[in-house]
Design a protein around this ligand. Structure first.
Ligand SMILES: [Zn+2]
Length: 101
């Protein structure tokens, strides 16, 4: 069971109170027109995801509370969420230190 705390409304709960939204900090292609984006860039944006052992940034939706998206920093080996932060925040220093974006 994951214990999660929303950084926006301070709502706390397990993963059933929230909705998982995939990897955090996915960069969109520079153009919103798919015809102007190369096949590799389009493939990477849509399908390629990291699967690290250790610190990993994820998006979560606060379903029971404010209904907003936020980021969580989770260790995939221990399942412990060490930090939650706003969706507009840049990746935290500890994630960069662990060698991830
Ligand atoms: Zn919330």
């Amino acid at each position: 069971m994951l214990l999660i705390k929303c950084p926006i409304c301070d709502c706390e709960g397990d993963e059933t109170d929230f909705h998982y939204g995939g990897e955090g900090h996915i960069q969109r292609p520079t153009s919103s027109n798919p015809d102007k984006v190369g096949d590799e860039a389009q493939r990477d944006y849509l399908y390629v995801r990291k699967n690290p052992r250790g610190l990993h940034s994820e998006r979560w939706l606060c379903e029971r509370g404010c209904g907003k998206w936020f980021h969580a920093l989770r260790d995939t080996a221990t399942m412990v969420i060490s930090k939650t932060y706003l969706i507009t925040d840049k990746p935290p220093a500890e994630l960069k230190k662990a060698g991830k974006k």
